[in-house]
Design a protein around this ligand. Structure first.
Ligand code: M6R
Length: 608
């Protein structure tokens, strides 16, 4: 969703801010703007649409200033207009700010500021005016920001500059991330590390309630009680290379192709072949505690939830513990029953999804062990869980999640090995799984080599308006994920069902205009799934099957087939999902969609 980048130092701020905004594009946005201090005044430029529009507009005003703030806006309060675009400013235009999050009591605040001139429909603008009022009272920008924030209900990550305190940026957070990058006589402020990493790997993460006062040579951080505190400087490992497209047409395609190598990163150093187990130290539990866990819950949204569903099957099979996967936005309001031996895994690529965060806070409050399966290092969920594991997928910038999904499953399998070996899983069974896991990267490569073939298939299917994705057992979450990928980037209607459920209603939709895409690999449910496809075939539905290599009999049923290598049943989602990612990708390209930034979607969903 919205993104923030700020700079204070000796270099020209504008190119750094524009570059930073480009790095934030992946989060989703519909307008962008910046404010730079120049000749004693703050100059503000905004534009709706792409960053390029803003960059073109800036060509007419060569801003030389070395302090500035910028923002990508994803509209919530008020339409996509220039006036609603950040930065927002006070009546006298001496204070400018950018804001992520939601000010819930903005109407009350607005009413409490008679005489102020509001120009936008946003909740954020009231903050600029509230700070203006407080600044007039005490003449200290940081104190004014603190006083203003203390009157706010809601969430915020903000960066503020003021004409009368020229060499300073004030930044603060509550429920919406702010990270500060430390360079040589320069600082970067952002809503995540992505726009900062090209300049520095040294990062300070603000926690909720903290506020920082930053000059080009110094940073001071204060807690909620206004006491100055020292925060650790963390070193982020992601290299700049992993944030580029590397010659691929889109981030999504690059990230699909990243899967074999990042999968290796996810399992490297974490498996013990001899003992048939995995060691994930981040679980922060001793063997006794692990043996006594009697319920596991995966909590997540979207693609991460689909990975959680895979995790449920795997845990029940290998660990024999009752396991659930829950959608976070429902779980948070469900008044869940949590026992003292319940283990909750928060699964999230961004580590910032507000629903997942709220759900784990609820689980924690009720006494669960809460651990994270997270990609973004230092993210809010990673910091709020009492341990867990990074999935090491590297930066995922396309809105459609791909490599994070496979790496989430990789980590779930490792956890299942670790817990399973403390229970009934034998060393031989553990070793068999590890050996199969080690084959996965090469098997993924063989699927990626079929990209051109999948592209041709997508040409054939591009004019259909509706799709069903059908799968059984572990291929059901695969079907859900394939369907989500297709709808989010092509805007084509699709639904996913367990194959056996079709007869209970959805089959009435089937016709020659309603294709079925089905992962139907050689596992225990193969014959059952085949019968379900026969029913569809009898009603003339075109069928695209994801089948196991050398499966000849599927040819009698399917119009098109994408073959995947054979693996253990529990590992099938790691392979079977990839052709569906590629299918959605090629369909979207063929239809001329904006693959990496599909309409209405944001990469990191930080509002409810
Ligand atoms: O960052 P998270 O993994 O918590 O995000 C969860 C979902 O918002 C995300 O997976 C979303 O469904 C993706 N756009 C799917 O491709």
């Amino acid at each position: 969703m919205c993104g923030i980048i700020g700079y204070i130092g000796q270099k020209k701020a504008t190119p750094i801010l524009i570059q930073g905004l480009r790095h934030l594009e992946y989060r989703g946005y519909d307008s962008a703007g910046l404010a730079v201090r120049e000749d004693g005044k703050i100059k503000c430029v905004k534009e709706v649409g792409r960053i390029d529009n803003l960059a073109n507009k800036l060509k007419q005003s060569d801003l030389e200033g070395t302090i500035g703030i910028a923002h990508t806006r994803w509209a919530t309060h008020g339409g996509v207009t220039q006036k609603n675009t950040h930065p927002h400013f006070s009546c006298d235009k001496k204070i400018h700010l950018v804001h992520n999050g939601i000010i819930e009591n903005y109407k009350e605040i607005k009413n409490s500021l008679p005489g102020h001139k509001f120009v936008s429909e946003t909740d954020s603008e009231v903050l600029a005016h509230l700070i203006e009022k407080e600044y007039k009272n005490n003449g200290n920008l940081r104190i004014a920001v603190e006083k203003a924030l203390s009157q706010v209900r809601g969430t915020y990550g903000i960066a503020v500059i003021a004409e009368d305190e020229p060499q300073k940026i004030i930044t603060a957070r509550l429920g919406s991330p702010i990270v500060i990058g430390i360079g040589e006589n320069e600082y970067f402020i952002a809503s995540d590390t992505t726009p900062i990493l090209p300049y520095t790997k040294k990062i300070v993460f603000l926690d909720d309630g903290e506020i920082a006062e930053i000059t080009k040579d110094n940073i001071q951080i204060f807690n909620i009680k206004d006491e100055e505190i020292k925060k650790p400087i963390e070193k982020i490992q992601w290299d700049n290379k992993s944030t580029g497209k590397q010659g691929f047409a889109h981030y999504m395609l690059k990230e699909i192709y990243d899967q074999p190598s990042v999968f290796e990163d996810a399992i490297r150093g974490r498996i013990k072949l001899e003992e048939g187990t995995a060691i994930l130290g981040g679980i922060n539990m001793d063997n006794y505690q692990m043996r006594h866990i009697d319920r596991v819950i995966f909590i997540a949204c979207g693609t991460a939830f689909h990975a959680g569903l895979v995790g449920k099957y795997i845990f029940e099979k290998l660990v024999n513990i009752p396991t659930e996967a829950n959608i976070a936005s429902e779980y948070r309001y469900s008044n869940p029953t949590i026992g003292e031996n319940t283990l909750v895994f928060a699964v999230s690529q961004s580590g910032e999804t507000i629903d997942t965060l709220a759900a784990i806070r609820e689980a924690k409050q009720k006494g669960a062990f809460v651990r994270g399966i997270i990609n973004v290092v230092g993210s809010t969920i990673a910091r709020e869980t009492d341990g867990g594991t990074y999935i090491h997928a590297g930066p995922e910038l396309a809105v459609a999640s791909t490599k994070a999904y496979t790496n989430m499953i990789a980590v779930m399998i490792l956890y299942a090995l670790q817990f399973g070996r403390l229970r009934k899983l034998t060393v031989i069974q553990g070793q068999e799984i590890i050996k199969a896991l080690q084959n996965i990267p090469a098997q993924m490569e063989t699927i990626l080599k079929q990209s051109d073939k999948i592209k041709n298939i997508s040409e054939k299917y591009k004019n259909f308006k509706n799709f069903f994705f059908l799968g059984r057992g572990l291929n059901y979450p695969v079907a859900l994920e394939g369907s989500l990928k297709l709808k989010e980037i092509t805007y084509i209607h699709s639904e996913a069902y367990p194959g056996g459920e079709m007869k209970h209603g959805p089959i009435s939709l089937i016709s020659e205009n309603f294709p079925i895409i089905s992962p139907i690999t050689k596992n225990d449910l193969y014959e059952k799934m085949k019968s379900n496809l026969e029913e569809a075939k009898a009603r003339k539905s075109p069928i695209l099957a994801i089948a196991t290599e050398a499966d000849e009999s599927i040819k009698d049923l399917a119009d098109d087939i994408i073959y995947v290598p054979q693996t253990l049943n529990i590992l099938e989602p790691l392979l079977n999902t990839i052709p569906l990612q590629l299918f959605a990708y090629h369909m979207a390209v063929t239809l001329g969609r904006d693959v990496d930034k599909p309409r209405n979607l944001a990469k990191s969903v930080t509002v409810e």
